[in-house]
Design a protein around this ligand. Sequence first.
Ligand code: ZN
Length: 271
Amino acid sequence: MMQDLSKCAIHTITTKAWDLPTACAKYAAVGVRGAGVWRQWLEGRELAQSRKMLDDHGIAAVSLVRGGFFVGETAEQSQAAIDENKRCLDEAAAIGADQVVLVCGAVPGMPLNEARQQVTDGIAACVPHAAERGVKLSIEPLHPMYASDRSCVNTIGQANDIIDQTGADWVGIAADVYHIWWDPDLEQEIKRAGNRIIGFHVCDWMTPTTDLLNDRGLMGEGCIDIPGIRKMVEATGFDGWNEVEIFSNRLWATEPDEFLKNITEAYRQHV
Ligand code: ZN
């Protein structure tokens, strides 16, 4: 079935060449109404000004990307991470985003169970601030190829285990097809997550993948059954945005307006 663009959001890093005002204008011009706002796109102006730019173009701030990085080697590092995540929650509230996406963190050589405990503790320490701001912490499990240095949380199941401990009132899950498509327990853990799923990110997995970070594909270019995973997520009752999040040196090198057009076409056909 062809999708319309009513639930299409784009992460500002996807259209890396454009600053926030340009991205807002370009998205609005093609009928995209939501943005995943990366923190770097807020730098250099008051938060209220960014909020106004989004509002003036009718663009909803769907998520603030990204907080997390809770895993540290010292207590000072852990506390600094908690403080930084509180700032993320403040920024999200200021631009009208109802969730902060968390890349949970990892330290090479630290046992993953120990790292996950630090993540659980860090998130729990931020929950009161999240409640105060009315903004959720959204755990994004990352593909296990990032387990040594970016995130010790690699499956929806591990995110569920953490939320079992932190409570689900202010902690949810961002399900990104790039990170979770391979998981044999995917359907069962999405069911277990239920209304904890508060974000859905789309792109595609290229074969071969030539760069661990910046070789994501446009939806339909790779091997992920995106509509199949979307159905699993929507079966939980999720009816939020589908956020296009693509890091790709190949696609960033293309002409930005053409790339945006290709994103909306791929979205209609393959999400
Ligand atoms: Zn994502």
